[in-house]
Design a protein around this ligand. Structure first.
Ligand code: ZN
Length: 462
């Protein structure tokens, strides 16, 4: 199958030019100018006049089919990758979880079972480690060398669930110095947050907004500072997931200015929502309960600056949707509200509308923070995150004039609410290809369940 996308504005993380792109089979085979005359007959031609041609989005932070607090996130790998594709994201890196008392291998097998035969586009895994001990440290080597799982997430939050102590974090970091893996950190001071939660609930402060008020920015900044220091001593890079507070960004910036390899992502919700959402009437604030929480208005200005200056490397979503019924679990106690919200479908359009259209970032930076940086950071490049010949034909034809009005009635995630309900964004995909297959055309779904493949990722060069 040969597809020619012609007359588009082809944009990579560095270049923008008017041209054509040829897809042959699953790969990009040619990129250039005037290809129509050169390539002869093709099976399909798409006229991309007035549109951009971009590498498919990569969201390196999703939680499909994830158990949390007695329930499970609403999107499985089928609906999750499908809604991602509708939003122009063609590859996700999801978090497999080491089961309590189990091995990393079991966690990996669990996640392969969840995804295989279901995912509609390609996917990879990080591994969440609950226990750092002799055997799990050895397993890290196996995962990096043989299984294509080259990053590991540890938590300074959620005592009794995911929390590990500093010594464990340090040991795991040292391990990645040997095997080329990368440690990803959820950085919030969980033990102190738990004290604040206990005290708040004791005072009868049970509404959703207290979720945010018991997780102050300072405790994100403190944990961010700490894990960067640990990585510095272990002489390895560290990756901070879902950085939300400007105080935490300040820690990353300070470290980077000293030449320390501290890398951080933020998520679209921290750029486009704020603490004010927790003040919505009734129990609506629960829709935005996620960790870290949304921060006060104005905080996002610092995050944009971070994206402009590369102190923030990319934008993910932490897509972890729950339906309102599940959110009700915390009706009488905010700490029982399942943490998470849908995001993967909206990310590209939000960033285009709020970033490129407003002039905060240009189209190349857009490609960088939505696709190329995640690919490079997590060992998917140049298979993913690139339109160079030989790369997977995960290609998005992006219409800068397409308007999308976000609503739970029309979105494709299985969540029954949308955090951006009623908001209109300008800029969205018109055609989405996954390894050469056209899987989305406007509002039409052309993909198929199970067509997505697991992608083994490369280790960081040690
Ligand atoms: Zn997460």
């Amino acid at each position: 199958m040969r597809t020619l996308i012609k007359n588009g504005t082809i944009a990579s993380a560095s270049d923008t030019f008017l041209g054509d792109l040829l897809i042959e089979g699953e790969k990009v085979s040619l990129v250039g100018v005037g290809l129509e005359k050169l390539v002869g007959n093709v099976d399909r031609t798409i006229d991309a006049t007035g549109k951009y041609v971009l590498p498919g989005g990569i969201d390196p932070h999703t939680h499909m089919d994830m158990p949390f607090g007695g329930t499970t996130s609403a999107d499985d790998f089928e609906s999750g990758t499908r809604c991602a594709a509708f939003g122009g994201t063609t590859c996700i890196v999801d978090f497999a979880i080491q089961p309590q008392g189990g091995s990393l291998k079991q966690g990996m097998e669990d996640w392969h079972r969840k995804a295989e035969g279901k995912a509609c586009s390609d996917y990879a895994f990080h591994m969440i480690m609950r226990d750092v001990n002799k055997s799990s440290l050895l397993e890290m080597d196996q995962l990096v060398k043989h299984e294509g799982i080259t990053s590991f997430k540890l938590f300074t939050a959620y005592p009794g669930v995911f929390y590990v102590d500093d010594a464990s974090i340090f040991r795991a970091m040292q391990k990645t110095g040997e095997n080329g893996g990368l440690i990803c950190m959820h950085a919030e001071n969980g033990p102190v947050i738990d004290v604040l939660i206990e005290q708040a609930v004791g005072r009868g402060e049970i509404a959703p907004k207290y979720h945010a008020l018991t997780r102050p920015p300072r405790l994100e900044a403190e944990a961010t500072h700490r894990v960067i220091a640990l990585a510095e001593v272990a002489k390895v890079p560290v990756y901070i997931v879902h950085l939300s507070a400007k105080e935490a960004l300040q820690q990353v910036r300070e470290a980077r200015d000293r030449g320390v390899s501290a890398i951080a992502e933020t998520c679209s919700q921290y750029l486009f929502l704020s603490y004010d959402n927790y003040e919505e009437p009734g129990f609506d604030g629960a829709k935005y309960v996620m960790s870290p929480p949304l921060r006060p208005k104005g905080n996002e200005l610092d995050l944009w600056k971070g994206l402009q200056l590369d102190d923030l490397a990319l934008v993910s979503t932490d897509h972890c949707p729950f339906c309102l019924k599940e959110k009700q679990l915390g009706k009488d106690n905010f700490s029982k509200i399942p943490n998470g919200a849908p995001g993967v479908e909206m990310r590209m359009s939000l960033l285009w509308d709020g970033g490129v259209r407003t002039g905060k970032i240009d189209v190349n930076r857009f490609v960088q923070i939505t696709s190329t940086a995640p690919a490079k950071m997590f060992g998917l490049y140049p298979k993913k995150g690139s339109l160079a010949p030989g790369s997977d034909a995960d290609v998005v034809v992006f219409d800068p004039n397409r308007e999308i009005k976000w609503s739970a009635k029309t979105h494709h995630t299985k969540a029954d609410y949308n955090p951006y309900e009623g908001r209109t964004t300008k800029g969205g995909p018109s055609h989405v290809f996954s390894r050469g297959n056209l899987i989305v055309e406007g509002e039409k779904w052309l993909g198929s369940k199970g067509a997505g493949k697991f992608v083994k990722r490369n280790a960081r060069r040690v």
